[in-house]
Ligand binder design. Structure first.
Ligand SMILES: Nc1ncnc2c1ncn2[C@@H]1O[C@H](COP(=O)(O)OP(=O)(O)O)[C@@H](O)[C@H]1O
Ligand code: SF4
Ligand SMILES: [Mg+2]
Length: 386
């Protein structure tokens, strides 16, 4: 679908010595099948459709976007849990696609996942001791539970749980405690990268803050690199060094977290940011409010050109519907060169030369973004809780 082509060579990583993960032109297209006998492919879900990103050692990269935009699929593609349709992932200088069997298994030790719902990712029949020991055994870190015990106690201590937790089962813990166990399990095999997919979305606001703070403490203690996937801007803002904003399978903007919040440039990011409540009532009254109209289009039939054109309040007659914009550093004075934006008209929008206009899409209620379980804002109070 996209015009981007990739050359999966490892040599290109050399100048970025501090890059731990590099995704190049990643695409994950799921076939849509019909028919019991012939299993005919009648289309594709373009879940991830050409993503390039780099995650540096020791940083937290936050990936944010509406539900269904392809965040989890991208995270899974980085682990090769979802083999990419196209593109490559270079992890620690090695092209993951070239790894199979034992080699892949060993590399996976370096990349661990923390999931949204710890209850479904932890086997209810296993004690915490067995859950934590499992990975260590599989990766040859410890031969038996006795030998592993001091390390298990250390792991629990790191995530704020007592030694007595070892003998208990997942159902005996609260949601927040279970997520701590999930994190301890990820840590048990000494990973380099943790992909945390909506790690606090299922938790109460006060507990969310505790788990986010814990993840930050552990990053420092264990020198971890994080890819944090979330639909909640408040969570991503607090934890991330850099943020990638996804829309329908592609990144529309990428920037240092502070730059993105101070001056979002892509129309979609601006709309998302404008919906985040600001505690100061004077600023709250004055600031730009952009309400997105229309629903997120289907990833099986994405709009042509710029995928955001069906909802974009700055859409232009030329280019927007016909040419897919690439992620590029805009030519705007004072903008950090690490900020990249996929919009044909970034400069003209920033200067005011192009003005916002009404979008003639299906009318949507005001506050469309801040309702429902997948709200991009999350509960307003998490920012205060953090
Ligand atoms: N295994 C799969 N088969 C078919 N479609 C899938 C599969 N996994 C995800 N999708 C679709 O891909 C799109 C992106 O999904 P996902 O990566 O889970 O988004 P997000 O994590 O941003 O909510 C969605 O439309 C989803 O329905
Ligand atoms: S390229 Fe056009 S439609 Fe897309 S974000 Fe920019 S102005 Fe809007
Ligand atoms: Mg997801």
């Amino acid at each position: 679908m996209s015009e981007q082509t990739t050359t999966p060579t490892v040599e290109g990583t050399a100048p970025d010595g501090d890059v731990l993960v590099e995704a190049r032109g990643i695409k994950v297209h799921f076939p849509i099948k019909r028919g019991v006998i012939f299993d005919k492919t009648i289309g594709h879900v373009y879940a991830v459709d050409g993503v390039d990103l780099k995650i540096r050692r020791g940083e937290t990269y936050g990936l944010v976007g509406e539900s269904g935009c392809g965040k989890s699929t991208l995270g899974r593609a980085i682990l090769k849990l979802e083999p990419p349709t196209d593109g490559s992932v270079i992890f620690d200088g090695i092209d993951i696609a070239t790894l199979e069997g034992e080699e892949l298994r060993r590399k996976r030790q370096d990349i661990q996942m923390v999931f949204q719902d710890p209850l479904s990712s932890l086997d209810p029949r296993q004690s915490v001791e067995s859950l934590l020991f499992e990975g260590m055994k599989a990766h040859g870190i410890a031969k038996n539970a006795k030998e592993a015990r001091p390390r298990l106690v250390e792991l629990l201590e790191a995530v704020g749980l007592p030694e007595a937790a070892l003998a208990k089962y997942p159902h005996e813990f609260s949601g927040g405690q279970r997520q701590r166990i999930g994190i301890a399990r990820a840590l048990s095999v000494n990973p380099k990268l943790i992909v945390a997919d909506e790690p606090v979305s299922a938790l109460d606001v006060s507990v969310q803050a505790q788990v986010i703070n814990l993840l930050e403490d552990l990053q420092e203690e264990f020198g971890l690199t994080y890819l944090v996937v979330a639909h909640d801007l408040a969570v991503v803002r607090h934890i991330s060094d850099r943020i990638g904003v996804m829309y329908l399978g592609a990144l529309v903007e990428e920037a240092e977290a502070d730059d993105l919040y101070a001056a979002p440039l892509h129309p979609y990011t601006r709309a998302l940011m404008s919906a985040v409540p600001v505690p100061d009532p004077v600023i709250e009254d004055r600031r730009e409010q952009i309400l997105l109209t229309g629903d997120l289009p289907s990833p099986s039939n994405p709009p042509t050109g710029c995928r955001f054109h069906t909802r974009c309040p700055w859409r232009q007659e030329t280019k927007c519907e016909t040419e897919r914009p690439v992620l590029r550093v805009p030519e705007i004075a004072g903008v950090n060169p690490s900020q990249r934006v996929a919009c044909h008209w970034t400069e003209q929008i920033a200067s005011g030369e192009i003005e916002r206009h009404a979008v003639t899409a299906t009318a949507t209620e005001a506050g469309d973004l801040d309702t429902g379980p997948d709200s991009l804002m999350g509960p307003a109070s998490i920012s205060e809780a953090l």
